[in-house]
Design a protein around this ligand. Sequence first.
Ligand code: XUL
Ligand code: CO
Length: 436
Amino acid sequence: MSAFPEISKIQYEGPESTDLLSYRWYNAEEVIEGKTMQDHLRLSVVYWHTFRGTGSDPFGAPTMVRPWDDGSESVENACNRARAAFEFMEKLGVPFYAFHDRDVAPEGASLAESHANLDAVCAVLQEEQQRTGIKLLWGTANLFSNPRYMHGASTSCNADAFAYGAAQVKKCLEVTLELGGENYVFWGGREGYQTLYNTDLKREIDHMGQFMNMAVDYANKIGFEGTFLIEPKPKEPTKHQYDSDVAACINFLRSYGLMERFKLNIETNHATLAGHTMMHELDYAGAQDMLGSIDANTGDLLLGWDTDQFLTDNYVATQIMLVLLKYGGLTSGGVNFDAKVRRESFEPIDLFYAHVGGIDCFARGLRIAAAIRADGKLDQFVTDRYGSWDTGVGADIEANNHDFESLEAYMLEQGEITANVSGRQEMVENLINQYM
Ligand code: XUL
Ligand code: CO
């Protein structure tokens, strides 16, 4: 039985199309900078929002109408939901999906029962992956919803919560391996604090380092070769999340000897909550060779929380794609739509409008970024701006042929620095506008 009988496969119809259920910019097989759009973007649908989102909020009950879902926590319902999810992804034409253990399968009355539920649903996921060719971008364990994790998992004051979390991640790694997942994500759910008065910060972060090292050891033991990704977020649900931004995550990974096996999964709305632009977070990660994957969404300018909306802003998508192309693109990562339809957009067809728009926004961003790069004016401007480092004293400093003494001698002789040149921010912003 079809979950979306009124929808046929979304087609690329080109920029002239006015059909809101067609792609105007996303043409999967079209080659840009030597790679197909599909391979550049590696689009992915998230299970949690798209198939478990109910529209409930702190002020009201669920609104979503999902005819394929009987609302129960049964394994049978979970299996039917999985089939609906694959029909959705197939009609959208996306190559990947991502899940938490507890979104795809219901939590049981015991850990053993939860493991068994996950195995049962995974058999259906496996079947559907084979039927459609859709692959798992990443798996992750939900270590934040159950009340046992109220103080966190790996950073909990309760050692048993650490142990339970370890057991859950162990199983989730096995399942991710079985389903051929290309990455494994850690988003630090409740790994943070509400007040430092009751918190042993050093002990908690040390525990998190130990937990991640155990995950790497177990992955090596079972032959999971995928990339581990940490997803930075500064707050919500805790006042301060330890993985607060890209720089904090890199510092954590370096401190605990995890740089080899980890990269970052960077989310737009998390970046803005941290007081950064997405472009900043991506560029910082890229500069450290830590760019792994992106959770594609956006916040709302006037709301200070994680609204997880679908991105429709061509400027932000262009900025994202400019940075991704600069650092050689996504490797094992993807553009993962960690975004949800609004509570008022409660009909199944809204899931299509949302994803088609989000996909087209990224496809357009890719096209614009590639045009900017092909034109070369922006690159040339940046290259010229740093020209003083290509010859003379600049080149000598970069080659480590100077120290404070030799630079003092140089400047005493030179007297004053060569004249500065304008940064031309307004001109550069106008230049970007020429491509939009
Ligand atoms: C929470 C968030 C998560 C992670 C996966 O803000 O983004 O959904 O992406 O746990
Ligand atoms: Co996310």
